[in-house]
Design a protein around this ligand. Structure first.
Ligand code: BES
Ligand code: MN
Ligand code: ZN
Length: 493
């Protein structure tokens, strides 16, 4: 897909589909120009009342007289001159993307430059549209014997003032890279557990490293991890025939010696629960238990595409959680790489077990910050639902930066508390800690567990159990929080 910026009179543009914002009380300058050029056709169609002025409503017009554009997609942008809310514009962007996919237009021209969104500029609008289009045009048909209909749209042009061209082109480059990174994360998430196992993820890292001179990949297998004392991580995959891997992707786009940001993903390629077996219903969705890892790959691909001038280490702790004669038993005690001992009271609380050793390993990078992303707790879905990612951290500055990035990118996160008082829930009679903290505050006690391994650097934990994938009819990985992660990095520049 090609996205470009152009200036000129809207009514003179030749395009397969003109995307035009209209509001109820008074047409904007662009809509007025199109209306006048078409000798009032727009107004007379609007008078029929087929377009409802609610965000996300559209009306596709064919054969509008006197205009060089083949079609016009009218988009409702509210009642009057008041600015739209951010969420309303996002609805509009998704609706436009959906309509463009449903028609068979090869190119489209978007004229939404004079639609105002509260607190946001034109770049933001372009960003939302690019992200929505790249998202909507994603198809995952690898495993269908008949592939999905070929997509026709090749080019989208945004109409803008010449002075804005530079900033809009920047917005396009960033949002297209984010959208494509997000789509990589979706594909990895959607792949089934029999294909996407830890070794498959390791190969992804190698492929990414091959594609860019400033990136290298290193994979630690079970022998190397055992030598390092990563017995907590290894305990998770020991019931599986698939070898566990610690995947390290080192990107050096910044100055020599500059401290890196470490991004760490939970990569449980399938979570049966282990001996603490999960119930059967919807267990297939536990192939998505590597969506944190997938988002790290998506973020790394985006960083490479944008050649960001920073140092970033992408880490993935990959294992498959299976029951077997070799599997970890409830009550087993392991010594983590940090030396702290863990009583594994529930083998289904495995995410924290793989992450804790990876977090200890991360110390060797002397990181500026470590951000882990994990489908960690069902409790997070209960607390925040499917709209908002849970954020827990040991550092206020990092928290603020991530919350800001989440707002800037419209990829929402919300902070949960993580005070010392919760730590006691992890007490064990036999080891330094248990791996579960009871039913109350399950997301918080999971983060409290991780906090015991992150004392030497600023750290934040993103629980994407509710936001990493959609269930039901639209079942599939979402690619979140790639937009938030990249926005966080961009905001540092
Ligand atoms: N991967 C799951 C968390 C999960 C469950 C995410 C459902 C999304 C939907 C994780 O490994 C897990 O099983 N967590 C347990 C922890 C519990 C045993 C303390 C949970 O949330 O039930
Ligand atoms: Mn589990
Ligand atoms: Zn899990």
């Amino acid at each position: 897909m090609q996205f470009i910026v152009k200036s000129g009179a809207v009514e003179k543009q030749k395009t397969a589909c003109l995307v035009l914002g209209v509001q109820k009380k008074e047409l904007t300058a662009a809509a007025t120009a199109v209306n006048e050029a078409s000798k009032g056709a727009i107004n007379s169609i609007l008078k029929r009342g087929d377009l409802k002025y609610k965000a996300g409503q559209t009306l596709l017009l064919q054969h509008v007289p006197e205009l060089p554009s083949e079609r016009i997609l009218l988009c409702a942008t509210g009642e009057g001159k008041a600015a739209l809310k951010e969420s309303e514009f996002i609805k509009l962007a998704r609706a436009v993307a959906g309509e463009l996919k449903a028609t068979s237009v090869k190119d489209a021209l978007v004229s939404l430059e004079d639609i105002n969104v509260h607190g946001k500029d034109h770049s933001w609008k372009v960003r939302q549209l690019v992200e929505a289009i790249v998202y909507a045009f994603y198809q995952f048909d690898e495993f269908k014997s008949k592939s999905a209909d070929a997509l026709v749209l090749k080019k989208v042009t945004f109409l803008a003032d010449r002075k804005q061209a530079k900033s809009l082109n920047q917005a396009i480059a960033e949002s297209q890279a984010i959208g494509e990174g997000r789509n990589l994360a979706r594909t990895l998430g959607n792949l089934p557990g029999n294909i996407c196992h830890p070794t498959y993820l390791a190969d992804q890292a190698k492929a990414l490293a091959k594609s860019h001179a400033r990136m290298t990949a290193k994979i630690l297998g079970e022998k190397q991890m055992s030598d390092l004392g990563m017995n907590s991580l290894l305990s998770v995959g020991q019931g599986s025939d698939q070898e566990s891997k610690l995947i390290l992707m080192d990107y050096k786009g910044g100055k020599r010696g500059e401290k890196p940001v470490v991004l760490l993903g939970k990569g449980i390629t399938f979570d049966t629960g282990g001996i603490s077996l999960k119930p059967g219903a919807a267990m297939d969705e536990m192939k998505f238990d590597m969506c944190g890892a997938a988002s790290i790959f998506g973020a790394m691909q985006t960083i490479l595409a944008l050649n960001l001038p920073i140092n970033v280490v992408g880490m993935v702790a990959a294992a498959e959680n299976m029951p077997s004669g070799n599997a970890t038993r409830p009550g087993d005690i392991v010594t983590s790489m940090s030396g702290q001992t863990i009583e594994i009271l529930n083998t289904d609380a495995e995410g924290r077990l793989v992450l804790c050793d990876a977090l200890t390993y991360a110390e060797r990078y002397k990181p500026k910050a470590v951000i882990d992303v994990a489908t960690l707790t069902g409790a997070c879905v209960i607390a925040l639902g499917h709209h908002t990612t849970g954020l827990l951290s040991n550092n206020d500055e990092l928290t603020e930066a991530l919350l800001k990035a989440s707002k800037d990118a419209s990829d929402l996160a919300w902070q949960l508390p993580m005070g010392e008082e919760y730590q006691a829930q992890l007490d064990s009679n036999f080891a330094d800690m248990a791996n579960i903290g009871g039913r109350a505050a399950g997301t918080i006690t999971a983060a409290c567990f991780l906090a015991r391994f992150t004392e030497s650097y600023p750290w934040a934990h993103l629980d994407i159990a509710g936001t990493g994938w959609n269930s039901g009819k639209a079942k599939g990985a979402t690619g979140r929080p790639v937009p938030m992660l990249i926005q966080y990095l961009l905001n540092q520049l």
